[in-house]
Design a protein around this ligand. Structure first.
Ligand code: 5GP
Length: 250
């Protein structure tokens, strides 16, 4: 969609990693990926110069790919700078939807299973987005009982997440990276339609270099592995080398 005539207006919201601005279009916002980084629900914070631009390149390419594959998302088009995109205004659904191709992170900690134990099909779980409650895992029945989604909507979210999982896995495979797990978020448009929102980037996915096994995501920051900025920019460069409409970022 043409976004040339969309102009950024005042700041609407500043989150842990993103800034959201109003625009001159009542149905659109501008989502800017920032250089801010945090882990452990804000327990550890920092600034990674260039991360916002790298994440926007990667996230825009993934959202383009999702749209190309028929997944409904908030993505509209490029924003006013290299770190931003125009998105549809949607009411966030208070869930983080996590898809796992292999066991890692909190899953390994919770169940004491071997790191990288594979899942087939992709394993999907939910956390409730609430700083006060500490983003706990939430089961299907509680999602429905708490009025977050109806059973039918939950089935739809699960179906879309499975599709998204394979689109992201194939996308990173083209960048010679293996997708271990990811987190996505959903929102509701004024007409009730549920769409994929937020960002999909190395901040929200675990990805490993296929050849070397090197971590190419936020684990570099979480685990003090170093070369965070260099790694995000390396992934963005790989994305820019991809051919096809999925590489359109700005
Ligand atoms: P884990 O549950 O192992 O910590 O995370 C699983 C996957 O979801 C990882 O790719 C991780 O980056 C992503 N993820 C889980 N929770 C969050 C969150 O609160 N913020 C972000 N950015 N990613 C998350």
């Amino acid at each position: 969609m043409e976004t040339d005539r969309i102009e950024r207006r005042e700041l609407f919201h500043s989150g842990k990693a993103n800034n959201v601005y109003f625009t001159n279009h009542p149905e659109y916002l501008e989502l800017e990926s920032s250089d801010r980084i945090s882990a452990g629900n804000g327990a550890k914070t920092g600034v990674i110069v260039g991360k916002g631009v790298a994440n926007n390149i990667i996230s825009s390419a993934i959202f383009n790919k999702l749209e190309e594959k028929g997944v409904q998302t908030h993505y509209v088009g490029p924003g006013s700078n290299e770190a931003s995109k125009i998105v549809k205004k949607a009411t966030p659904i208070l869930l983080e939807v996590i898809g796992r191709f292999k066991a890692a992170g909190s899953y390994v900690k919770r169940y004491d299973v071997p790191d990288m134990m594979p899942f087939d099909p992709v394993y999907i779980e939910y956390t409730y987005k609430s700083d006060a409650a500490g983003d706990p895992l939430i089961g299907n029945d509680a999602i429905i009982a708490n009025g977050i989604l109806t059973r039918r909507e939950l089935g739809y979210v699960e179906y879309v997440t499975e599709r998204v999982a394979h689109v992201i896995k194939d996308f990173f495979a083209e960048c010679n990276a293996d997708l271990v797990d990811f987190k996505i978020e959903f929102g509701r448009l004024p007409n009730g339609q549920i769409i994929v929102i937020d960002e999909i980037s190395p901040d929200t996915c675990r990805i490993l270099d296929k050849k070397t096994g090197k971590s190419l995501d936020k684990d570099r920051f979480r685990k003090d592995m170093g070369e965070v900025a260099e790694t995000y920019s390396e992934v963005a460069q790989m994305v820019l080398k991809l051919k096809g409409p999925g590489n359109t970022t700005n």
